[in-house]
Design a protein around this ligand. Structure first.
Ligand code: PEP
Ligand code: MG
Length: 767
């Protein structure tokens, strides 16, 4: 006898799905419906037994409906988590089949079920949004292997079953009370703050959900047509995004989109989808079914590149589902204050969401340096990463609170938690209204000193904040960000395009481009990464740029080309001796010459500056100042080297204060040296964006500060309330007491006596 002759004819899933659809249309009670379902599945798969086990809050699996086992066992037989073959399926969350179940070591015999005559066993997990809600099994008296087709059919049914189980009538019926299918209790996820801000909103899972009523097709032709139309729309939307110029060449967003375009035309994928529709599923269910298969493969894949591609395919499936939803039901678009909950999200996708509705993002993965986090910060979107289990424990539409300050995600928050956040949000909004009112006004102190406040940026999308923050130009454009969010080294043309777009976005406002400051914690997938004993003092920034002159030359060439007919300002980071700046400056001059020789229009003007961020230059700045057109004070690095305290190490990062006699002496001597040489200096780094520090910098004679766009309002408000002359006089006296290490506290206390109005002091406290 061949195994085939042992295998009874299993009918295809079409007729099974059609019968399930009819069943769902009937008004049975929940138990009757599940019982009928097991009858239908058993018949259609030619099995002697079909059972549904559902997960109880304890984690036990309860026999909840059966065809073939004893009816008395229903709601009586419970298997502990991991017990028996059913427990095995649950534990692995994967299908499992065995020809002769009783001989399997994990087989758990339960006499009350009358299970002994049954030999073959197939079990598939019932998963809802990645969470196990039960196990579906089929058994036969004969010892026989199960076919792949049979397992697939059961998986398709399990997908439907997950939705039926979660639907209202079953959850509310008594026999099923306590089932954890729809979560209702408040939960709190402690993650990692990736981008600041608070949101009270509504959860939107990144993976669109297909409802049970939308899974079984009424008409195959209609579904095939819907699928084809949605694929057409998907392709057009990807093409449009690629052609719109919103996604610059060489950026990761662009590469992801190009991969999407390739997949959207991939025959294998399209055939799989059409096959699933021909098997009786709706277009949505077909997409979900194929996506589940990819997910199963994804879990097993070891090759990182392959996993990446599968991730792309999954993301594409999500997009396709959104297109299908759009054609069906406009309300499926993002709700107001949507908080996206996802495993991970690509930078390109973030750009794709409706910004007026997307209010925050929570990721199960993600790190501060992840591309999505960089983009979220640039967009001013609160983001929290590493919220493990959030996808399993949160449903679409659940109320959530996202706290990007402390890295928290609250699901279904209690009234008390909500009230606390409502208050915090209200006081932030009030402050923001004050800052918005100052947007168009110049930054002038109480005693009439005018300062220029500029903005730091690193991505093209941030340029829109130039207008809404009231910044007077970009004082620091960190070019390495574009490199960090790219999977491959951006080519000359891509870089030129990007820098041109930045010039265009800035209009007639100035932009200072800093050359690559890679190394340390700023890593890219394609530049050499090595474990350095002390990365902050390692091979980074201009050191790398001079050792790899090709990289720097290319970047300078792109900057010179983009600056055709414009004012080009180039800043070199991490200069520690004058010869380094001289070498870098010479490279820039060569590139301007190269452009001329090759008939490119040269920039209208070219200015070169260096970042003053090493003590070596701070104590002997003359040689560099003589060569430079301008200077930028990199306070983040300068202070970390000055105090010998790693800025990335939370144990020491905030231990030392720039408002201290020693740092004030250093900052004063730097400003004096710049004045002697007649060279403008701009302070960038976190220091410049903190209101109290900004006032102190003003008192020390600094007139240009560059900061995160969001800091401009608070700094402007603090300066408006500050009398720089009075503050200077107070500081002069205070710092003569060189042993004083509580200068900040004394300054805040002095208030008006140090030239600080109550509003200024209020602003310091709010930050
Ligand atoms: C700095 O060091 O202050 C600075 C602005 O540069 P970065 O933070 O990019 O090192
Ligand atoms: Mg720096």
């Amino acid at each position: 006898m061949t195994p085939d002759s042992l295998t009874p004819a299993v009918r295809g899933p079409r007729s099974l799905l059609a019968r399930i659809r009819d069943l769902m249309a009937q008004q049975d009670d929940a138990q009757a419906r599940l019982d009928r379902l097991t009858d239908i599945i058993a018949e259609e798969t030619a099995s002697d037994v079909c059972s549904i086990y559902l997960v109880r809050p304890s984690g036990a699996l309860e026999l909840s409906a059966t065809h073939g086992l004893k009816a008395e066992a229903v709601h009586t037989t419970r298997l502990r988590a991991g017990e028996g073959l059913v427990g095995l399926v649950a534990r692995r969350a994967r299908p499992f089949s065995v020809e002769d179940a009783p001989s399997h070591p994990d087989f758990a015999y339960r006499p009350e079920t009358g299970e002994e005559p049954f030999k073959s066993f197939v079990g598939v997990p019932i998963l809802r949004g990645g969470r196990l809600v039960g196990v579906l099994t089929a058994q036969t008296k004969a010892v026989r292997p199960s076919t792949e087709e049979e397992i697939e059919t059961l998986q398709t049914v399990a997908m439907l079953l997950a939705e039926i189980v979660a639907s209202g009538d079953l959850v509310s019926s008594e026999a099923f009370s306590g089932l954890e299918v729809r979560l209702s209790k408040p939960e709190r996820f402690q993650g990692k703050a990736l981008s600041g801000g608070l949101v009270v909103g509504v959860a939107v899972k990144h993976e669109p959900h297909v409802r049970a009523q939308r899974m079984v097709a009424d008409d195959e032709t209609v579904e095939l047509q819907r699928l084809d139309e949605a694929i057409g729309r998907l392709r057009r939307s990807v093409d449009q995004l690629l052609d719109s110029g919103r996604v610059p060449m060489g950026t990761p967003s662009r590469e992801v989109l190009e991969a999407y375009r390739m997949f959207a035309h991939d025959r294998g994928w399209l055939n799989q989808l059409r096959e699933a529709v021909r098997a009786g599923l709706t277009a949505e269910a077909a997409v979900e079914r194929v996506r589940n298969e990819h997910r199963a493969r994804l879990m097993k894949a070891r090759d990182v590149h392959f996993r990446e591609r599968l991730h792309d395919l999954e993301d594409l499936a999500n997009r396709l589902l959104r297109h299908l939803a759009r054609s069906e039901d406009v309300a499926d678009q993002l709700p107001e204050n949507a908080v996206l909950i996802a495993r991970s999200v690509g930078p390109a996708e973030l750009l794709d969401f409706d910004r007026s509705r997307l209010a925050g993002i929570a990721l199960e993965e993600g790190s501060v340096t992840s591309h999505a986090a960089i983009v979220a910060k640039a967009l001013g979107l609160p983001m929290v990463g590493r919220v493990e289990g959030a996808l399993d424990r949160i449903e679409d539409g659940d109320p959530v609170i996202l706290d990007g300050e402390f890295g928290l995600l609250h699901a279904r928050p209690s009234e008390e938690v909500r009230a606390v956040y409502d208050e915090r949000i209200e006081s932030q909004a009030a402050r923001r209204r004050v800052y918005a009112g100052l947007r168009g006004a110049p930054a002038t102190t109480r005693d009439g000193v005018r300062l220029s406040l500029q903005m730091n940026a690193g991505l093209l999308i941030e340029m829109s904040r130039l207008a809404d923050s009231g910044a007077e130009g970009v004082g620091l454009f960190r070019t390495e960000f574009q490199f960090m969010v790219s999977d491959t080294l951006p080519r000359l043309n891509a870089q030129t395009e990007l820098y041109t777009a930045i010039f265009e976005a800035a209009g007639d406002q100035p932009v200072v481009f800093r050359t690559l400051d890679l190394g340390g914690d700023k890593v890219t997938p394609y530049t050499p990464s090595m474990r350095e004993p002390n990365p902050a003092m390692g091979w980074r920034a201009l050191r790398m740029g001079l050792d790899r002159p090709g990289l720097t030359r290319y970047q300078l060439r792109a900057l010179v080309r983009a600056a055709a007919g414009r004012d080009l300002k180039v800043l070199f980071p991490m200069v520690a001796k004058p010869a380094e700046f001289a070498e870098a400056r010479a490279m820039l001059d060569q590139e301007v010459e190269h452009a001329r020789r090759h008939g490119h229009e040269p920039p209208k003007s070219v200015r070169a500056g260096f970042m003053l961020e090493t003590p070596a230059i701070a104590f002997q700045p003359d040689a560099c100042l003589a060569m430079a057109d301008f200077v930028s004070l990199g306070a983040n690095d300068l202070m970390q080297y000055f105090f010998a305290a790693d800025r990335e190490n939370p144990k020491v990062a905030d231990r030392y204060d720039a408002i201290s006699p020693s740092a004030i002496a250093l900052l004063t001597s730097i400003r004096e040296a710049c004045d002697r040489h007649g060279k403008p200096i701009n302070v960038c780094g976190e220091l410049a964006g903190r209101p109290l520090e900004a006032c102190v910098l003003g008192a020390l004679g600094y007139r240009t500060l560059s900061m995160a766009a969001g800091s401009i309002g608070p700094v402007k408000r603090a300066l408006a309330g500050c009398d720089l002359g009075k503050l200077k006089a107070w500081l002069d006296e205070a710092v003569t007491d060189s042993g004083c290490d509580d200068l900040r506290a004394r300054l805040m206390e002095a208030g008006d006596a140090a030239g600080l109005s109550p509003e200024s002091v209020d602003t310091f406290k709010s930050i």
